[in-house]
Design a binder for this molecule. Structure first.
Ligand code: CP
Length: 333
């Protein structure tokens, strides 16, 4: 199943977002609406978290069949802070390890009145496949799909850039490292391109560049110095060893020497440039501790924004489904 089919499947008949499978196909206005609502929910460490009852009575199931710290916990916190009940199913405790199909797992949880499935899986197309099989009042949110898509990460990255640097159309953003295997690079790039980013640079060795024809509108660089020169934002990516064939594996020491985001390499970027990383970080491979923990780092702010973005997405999707249910009720009655 292609990303494009996910873009079509995620809308109801009236064009409202019913699922969030990909940022492909979302308009600039839709992205701005989600970012503005997320900004409304942002609270900084030390403040009490934002709370409301947008999801009161709803049940959210987190289905993570790949490891996660940030995304899984922030979806759980987001749902609870909006008043939902939350269940978490991980790969070790799921009956999928005993051979149950993913649809049988979904139908089982749907029979327990789950309203929203948050899914992470290594299989391309799975969120779209599941979304085509759930009941009309049920939504699927993609929390990381193979190397293809991580829409809420794309949103939280853009929110962080907007907070620190202002409108993206004035900015030069460099994404550095293993772009070929990165769902984060794809979703963040898509959001930036839709919002009219000034310049998007994909900076990587040729072996880790995206496929030809992908992410049109971005400029590819195969030199770190050239790629970060004058950039307002430098985003480092983790090497996705789990998605590489043995022949493609990268030696961490060589990678660090040639592609690591270090204080020295950052000197070519603007002096007020920010540094980002989606996490989990491999310190001393794609980024140094000096940079990750330094004054230019926005990495913890990305994590804080993750909860706000997931609250905005949950609140928007559930409201859209409610509207659809009211209209369907009117038509039936
Ligand atoms: N950025 C991200 O997806 O992190 P986790 O794998 O910890 O969820």
């Amino acid at each position: 199943m292609s990303i494009e089919s996910g873009a079509e499947l995620q809308r109801d008949q009236a064009g409202r977002l019913r699922h969030l499978l990909t940022l492909e196909g979302l308009t600039r206005d839709e992205l701005q609406h989600l970012l503005d609502l997320a900004q409304f929910y942002v609270r900084v460490p030390g403040e009490l978290p934002a709370r409301d009852q947008s999801l009161w009575g709803r049940t959210v199931a987190n289905l993570f069949f790949e490891p996660s710290t940030r995304t899984r916990v922030s979806f759980e916190l987001a749902a609870k802070r909006l008043g939902a009940d939350v269940v978490n199913l991980d790969m070790q405790s799921s009956s999928r390890v005993k051979g149950e199909t993913v649809l049988d797992t979904i139908y089982t949880l749907q029979a327990m009145l789950v309203d929203v499935f948050v899914m992470r899986d290594a299989e391309p197309g799975l969120p779209a496949y599941v979304s085509a099989h759930v009941a009309p009042h049920v939504s699927v949110l993609n929390a990381g799909e193979a190397h293809l898509s991580h829409p809420t990460q794309g949103l939280l990255d853009v929110l962080t850039i907007r907070q620190r640097k202002g409108e993206v159309r004035n900015l030069s953003v460099a994404i550095v490292g293993d772009i070929r295997h990165s769902r984060v690079a794809r979703s963040t790039s898509r959001a930036l391109l839709t919002l009219g980013v000034g310049e998007l640079r994909l900076v990587s060795p040729a072996s880790l560049a995206p496929e030809p024809g992908e992410l049109e509108g971005a400029r590819r660089h195969h030199s770190l110095a050239e790629g970060v020169a004058g950039a307002d934002v430098v985003m480092a990516l983790r090497i996705q060893r789990e998605r590489m064939a043995d022949a493609d594996t990268v030696d961490p020491e060589t990678f660090y020497r040639e592609w690591g985001v270090t204080a020295e390499n950052l000197r070519g970027a603007r002096p007020d440039a920010i540094v980002m990383h989606p996490g989990p970080m491999n310190r001393g491979v794609e980024i140094t501790s000096e940079v990750a923990d330094g004054a230019q780092s926005a990495i913890r702010q990305q994590v804080t924004n993750g909860v706000a973005v997931r609250m905005a997405v949950l609140a928007t999707i559930v409201r859209n489904v409610q509207e659809r249910n009211v209209e369907a009720g009117r038509r039936a009655g």
